[in-house]
Design a protein around this ligand. Structure first.
Ligand code: OOG
Ligand code: MG
Length: 258
């Protein structure tokens, strides 16, 4: 695929996002869209937003739990980019008007104190972290009916839209394989899970991200925020909803949709 083809598809998805109007899946007209071309479309979309004044804040893994793989019908982990403009304050608000069909989901986030480069073990990934936090992620697919195949969702920066981090805590003494997660909307529990639902251990998701980026000649820079992927299904986010996530030793984190 030529650089012009990549740029045209990135521009299409960026316009869909900016206008809040979904588009047809790229793979409808291009069934054989290769995964590496999809990542190049994602890169170009990020380049456009950074050129417009945004900045990279970190990365996200997606489709790392059975709940999400089953919900979306795509069974392979994906990696995307978080931008500074996507971040909302814990206890603050997030504007959903003008979005396409936003959903919210329960996540675990890491903050890297050191760069992660190359293929790393679980222990190396954990050692690079400054801290861990419970997090909420808002996803909003730019594709009609929130439906996509693997290359589509990768090209669309993995449906990235917004995120909220709870207080960042040191990793020591926290059993990251056993954090209970309960997401509530307006005080009513809507999803329950555990950090173990994320690849058995969310640190393995961070290590997998390092490997996926290494395969593309990239590292995860120091200071990056990394979302490990939702432990539970995503639920629709409507204006006025107050979403909170209880996360045992990590929580809580909350946001109100405007
Ligand atoms: C794709 C993004 C998946 C996760 O945590 O699994 C994701 C989507 O579901 O739209 O963010
Ligand atoms: Mg997510």
């Amino acid at each position: 695929m030529t650089a012009t083809d990549i740029a045209a598809r990135a521009a299409l998805l960026e316009k869909a996002r900016a206008d809040g109007r979904p588009v047809e899946q790229l793979t409808k007209s291009e069934p054989g869209l290769p995964l590496d071309a999809a990542y190049r479309i994602q890169d170009e979309g990020i380049r456009l937003r950074v050129a417009a004044g945004d900045a990279v804040a970190g990365y996200k893994m997606g489709l790392t739990s059975e709940a999400k793989m089953a919900q979306m019908g795509v069974r392979e982990p994906i990696a995307g980019v978080l931008l500074r403009s996507m971040r909302a304050e814990n206890g603050g608000t997030f504007a959903v008007k003008g979005l396409i069909h936003p959903r919210i989901e329960a996540e675990i986030a890491f903050v890297l104190g050191r760069e992660l480069r190359g293929r790393v073990t679980r222990e190396e990934a954990a050692a690079a972290c400054d801290g861990v936090a419970a997090a909420l992620e808002i996803v909003d697919s730019r594709f009609q009916n929130f439906k996509f195949t693997l290359p589509d969702v990768v090209a669309d920066n993995c449906s990235s839209c917004g995120f909220v981090l709870g207080a960042v805590r040191p990793m020591a003494g926290v059993d990251l394989k056993a954090i209970p997660l309960e997401m509530s909307i307006d005080g009513k529990p809507v999803q329950r899970g555990s950090s173990a639902d994320i690849l058995g251990d969310p640190v393995l998701s961070l290590a997998a991200l390092a490997s996926m980026m290494a395969a593309r000649g990239l590292a995860i820079p120091a200071g990056s925020i990394v979302l490990a992927g939702a432990a539970t299904q995503a639920v629709p986010l409507t204006p006025g909803a107050h979403v909170s996530l209880a996360a045992g030793p990590l929580g809580p984190v909350s946001v109100r949709a405007l």
